[in-house]
Design a protein around this ligand. Sequence first.
Ligand code: PBG
Length: 341
Amino acid sequence: MTDQSTPYVPVPTRRPRRLRSSPAMRELVSETVLRPADLILPMFIADGIDAPREISSMPGVHQHTLDSLKRAAHEALEAGVRCVDLFGVPRDEDKDAEGTPSCNPDGVLNHALAAMREEFGDDLLIMADTCLDEFTDHGHCGVVRQDRWGRAVVDNDATLELYQQMSVAQADAGAHIISPSGMMDGQILAIREALDAAGHEDVSIMAYSAKYASAFYGPFREAVGSSLEGDRRTYQQDPANVRESLLEAELDVEEGADFIMVKPAMPYLDVLRAVAEASPVPVAAYQVSGEYAMLQAAARNGWLDLEAVMMESLTSIKRAGANQILTYFATDAARVLNNRR
Ligand code: PBG
């Protein structure tokens, strides 16, 4: 005979749900806190346009005129963002094999850097993208030459000399942070030496240390009107690898990087975690154009809740180890954070 009245008595076990029981409890135990000041806004300044131009594969992101650039930067600052990263978009007819407008004080990027420093002083940090691909007619990040087998190769050391001139021109214009994104070997040391020799010891360097040859940069190529044919696989990293990210990061720190970066972010959170665990300097992550585009596209189809996935993706990037996050969502995400308080 069975005793029907015996109640079910659960074995006393750990009950993780106790710590999820209310908003107050969840906030009490939250391990990852995103702040507006963690976010860096990448922005595009274009030559020869008289009104801002929306980038079709990046809804809400524009090629700016100087006026609209300043306005958008003021909005970011008001939301609590403390740093913007400027990319220049020269006119096609000004591009050449060596990316000459990158070093010209009147070139579109240097001119905008000066105007932004003038406008914001030290309230908003002005970071400059230090790379030739926006300025070269072939779209590569460095000087292209033929090797002895007739192959076109990007010449590492000839490129370093141009990066030195470009970074000094950017620092002269008023950039607080130089961010070399070209993945040439030795670029951090070369740039540090050039900056110091020019009296720019106080200008810092954010090194794109672990930058992968990624298809997630697709929309960026539209954003800067890139002329690239082919790919960057002889200088950017293979998505299959993680060890070389640790080596790249270590070399960059030895060469004098003040920050290092992992890019892209979401598909490379394991790399970010590994680099963050080993790094003695702050580690940034770049949520790139394709990551932005894919969340926007799904949201536009009604398939994802944009605000929710934006905040979840940024929280996840921070949880994986990022101290700073470059993201086209910076102003929007900062506003969401402000409204939560
Ligand atoms: C190169 C550069 C790229 C990006 C930033 N700097 C493109 C590339 O390496 O091909 C991509 C950024 C993005 O996709 O948001 N100067």
